[in-house]
Write a new protein. Sequence first.
Length: 172
Amino acid sequence: MKHRIPLVAAAVTAAVLGAVAVVTPPVYAVGTSATAGKHADGTARGRYLIRTSGCNDCHTAGFATTDGKVPEKDWLTGDALGWQGPWGTTYAPNLRTYFQTIDERSWLEVARAREFRPPMPGPSLRAMTDDDLRAVYRYVRALGPAGSPAPAYAPPGQKVAGPVVVFPTPPK
Ligand code: HEC
């Protein structure tokens, strides 16, 4: 009888550890297979990068202001919200159409060499590996074309019609 409690405790511990060991792998597997299952053609990595790199915050209208409540079919269709500063007024272009107009090799060159105007995070793009840039390309291309073009860039001093975020002069 004296040995019962430790034995029971050991059994419970073993059961708990066993449960953890059994439960943990499927938790990871569910996350992976959900994305891989939907994008079995290898674009799951690109989808992951788009989601974790914040591309939708600027390239998808309403994404940043609704905590991301925009359906995937509307992702990356560009935004008519202007970003205004000493560089003029920029607009996050429609990437769904952009990636239909460029081949994968050219995309790698653009991502490495192009100097984007603010607030496009060019350094983040350049920091991606070639494989990651390819994954981004394949995912957005696979989403297919959608949406309409964002307004064109306006140089400094040129008036624009729509709403703009004006960057204040940074403190000295
Ligand atoms: C903070 C806002 C912002 C974020 C975040 C952002 N972009 Fe941009 N992006 C812009 C703006 C603004 C431009 C236009 C820049 C210019 O006029 O030079 C742009 C331009 C681009 C272009 C050029 C498209 C064309 O038609 O020439 C590509 C490609 C691009 N972004 C991809 C991305 C990707 C991929 C991500 C995520 C890793 C991303 N962007 C994140 C704002 C953003």
